[in-house]
Design a binder for this molecule. Structure first.
Ligand SMILES: *Cc1c(COP(=O)(O)O)cnc(C)c1O
Length: 392
């Protein structure tokens, strides 16, 4: 009896699980492991969002099924946010769809707009969910490389005309996980031009759009004139409002793509719990001061970590966005070897770049979403590790 489908059987292995096993073993031996591999905020959701949830959950009418597209109030809040943040007009009826987190939206979009065997253009290194979702949809991945020389921005000319033509959909992710790379609107302009030329749809994953530092403001794909003709943008409240477990996000843009996605969703889920959508509305309509307060915390932690990395002889440009630092491994190590050595000798978990695709080899990702004291402790241990002499 075969209990699993071929698609599930042939999914690429989950690279993080090996580290989790080692972490458990060390912890069982009494080692205090600091996990800088976590990709979710450690900070709590804002109180005003929690208050709104509590208030709304007490109303029996909010316990019914939501409208399939998400409640009008939430979709209007997304449109309001786009107007205020990006000066972009969206029709909340046809150009906004509520999601149960952006992850399901990205995965379901592939099923909704790409036929089995067709190609999806994806960043390498990139968020591992893309690769898995493409595989589960029976589609094929065509990678484009993100290189340090380009600041991890895509060089669109690396794909041949044939590769562009064969690409049914291109995934973009800025600010980028894992590279912390950022773009200006020019990158999106170029993407829209290329995509229109080759009849390729675009999907931009903006999970970190509000996690930015200093003067940097992440642009929206929707700010490019005509982007709505061929593209959508995914947004999430997970990272900006510390609401990962709440599962609330959205997709905006091309009405046909959104309709196709909603058809998949209408047949598999029935949108998010209404009180969570109401609380999400409060977050999106807020003055974003809570987001700024989080970013200030990440920025301080970033200073500590950059100093720690410097002690290891690792120089990195200060990220303009995301709560990740993407850094080159010291000479003489592969990504996995370095991560392994730091775990065994310093009890610090980093994510080896190779977990994000072949293009991540030679790098590691540090997450700043651990309590400040723990992060400082990790920095101390890393300094000690470098003094005691790592591998010759
Ligand atoms: C965390 C993350 C997401 C998923 O966010 P949810 O809205 O919680 O599903 C999507 N894309 C990237 C790049 C992420 O890091």
């Amino acid at each position: 009896m075969e209990y699993t489908s071929e698609r599930v059987n042939t999914l690429p292995p989950y690279v993080f699980s090996e580290f989790q096993r080692k972490k458990r073993n060390l912890e069982a031996q009494g080692v205090d492991v600091i996990d800088l591999g976590i990709g979710a905020p450690d900070l709590p959701a804002p109180n005003f969002v929690i208050d709104r949830l509590v208030e709304e959950v007490k109303k029996p009418e909010n316990h019914r099924y939501s409208n399939y597209f998400g409640i009008p109030e939430y979709r209007e809040a997304v449109a309001h946010f786009y107007k205020k943040q990006y000066d972009v007009d969206l029709d909340p009826e046809t150009e906004v769809l509520a999601l149960i987190g952006s992850k399901e939206g990205i995965a379901n979009l592939i099923t909704a707009v790409v036929n089995p065997g067709e190609r999806v253009l994806v960043p390498n290194p990139g968020y591992p969910v893309y690769q898995a979702a493409i595989h589960l949809a029976g589609a094929k991945a065509q990678h484009y490389q993100l290189n340090a020389e380009d600041g991890f921005r895509p060089d669109f000319s690396q794909l041949t005309d044939e590769e562009w033509d064969a690409g049914k959909l291109m995934l973009l992710n800025y600010p980028s996980n894992p590279t912390a790379g950022t773009v200006t609107i020019n990158t999106f302009l170029e993407a829209v031009t290329k995509a229109k030329e080759h009849q390729t749809m675009l999907a931009q994953d903006a999970a970190y759009s509000l996690v930015t530092y200093g003067d940097y403001q992440a642009p929206s794909l929707m700010q490019v004139p005509g982007a709505k003709d061929i593209g959508v943008e995914f947004g999430s409240l997970s990272k900006s409002f510390n609401m990962t477990g709440w599962r609330i996000g959205y997709v905006v843009g091309n009405p046909e793509m959104i309709r196709a996605l909603s058809t998949v969703k209408n047949n598999t889920d029935t949108s998010q719990f209404i009180p969570i959508q109401k609380a999400g509305t409060a977050a999106l309509r807020s003055d974003l001061q809570s987001v700024k307060a989080n970013n200030d915390i990440y920025e301080k932690r970033m200073d500590d970590m950059l100093e720690g990395l410097q002690a290891l002889g690792i120089q990195v440009d200060r990220p303009k966005a995301t709560f990740f630092i993407w850094a080159p491994v010291p000479d003489g190590y592969t990504s996995a070897e370095f991560a392994d050595e730091l775990l065994m000798k310093a009890g610090v978990i980093l994510t080896p770049g190779s977990a994000f695709g072949s293009g991540g080899e030679g790098y590691f990702r540090v997450s700043l979403s651990v309590p400040t004291g723990r992060l400082q402790e990790a920095v101390n241990r890393m300094k000690q590790f470098s003094e005691e002499g790592a591998k010759e």
